[in-house]
Design a protein. Structure first.
Length: 175
């Protein structure tokens, strides 16, 4: 028998595509893939927008224990999250003895802020935003509004923060 008259193997009858053709992507398949990915991104963005605007997270209210006063030195800080919330906060024990608590996200682009001891300033390192540690007001940089604050309560040696409606009113007044 010669090679020309030999019958092709059985698998070649079931899979007649050459290997070099199998690695090529047609324009139609590429456009279909782009439409599928774009549609998925649009659906995901729509979900996030609807969830944020029509189903806002419930506001956490009441007094919440943060730490013992002795665990934060003068000029020191402590990060914390209130139970039932995902927002990070920073508790500051200022050099003058006052206690302050602020949201730890910059009002510009939500970068984490930190207290610079001895300066009386809360610093956002991302875009050099500066806030007054006593009031939360913007001192310099791109932040458009002050840091949201919590009321700090001392009960003996325990430090509590009070979250509630005063924050919603303060946020509404600054927008």
């Amino acid at each position: 028998m010669s090679d020309k008259t030999a019958k092709a193997p059985h698998w070649k009858e079931d899979f007649p595509i050459e290997r070099t053709e199998a690695t090529k992507v047609s324009r139609r398949d590429f456009a279909r893939f782009l439409c599928l990915v774009s549609g998925g991104l649009a659906a995901g963005s729509a979900y996030v927008a609807v969830k944020a605007n029509f189903f806002p997270p419930g506001e956490v209210t009441g007094e919440h224990f943060v730490c013992k006063a002795a665990s934060v030195p003068v000029g020191g800080t402590r990060s914390f999250v209130i139970e039932g919330s995902t927002i990070p906060y920073i508790l500051i024990r200022l050099e003058n003895g006052n206690w302050k608590a602020y949201e730890q996200k910059c009002t510009h682009l939500s970068c984490a802020v930190y207290y610079k001891p001895g300066s009386g300033q809360i610093v956002c390192p991302c875009h050099e935003g500066f806030f007054d540690a006593m009031t939360g007001e913007v001192l310099a940089g791109p932040p458009p509004r002050p840091l949201p604050a919590l009321e700090v309560l001392l009960k003996g040696d325990d430090v509590y923060v009070k979250a509630g409606n005063q924050n919603a009113a303060k946020k509404a007044a600054t927008i």
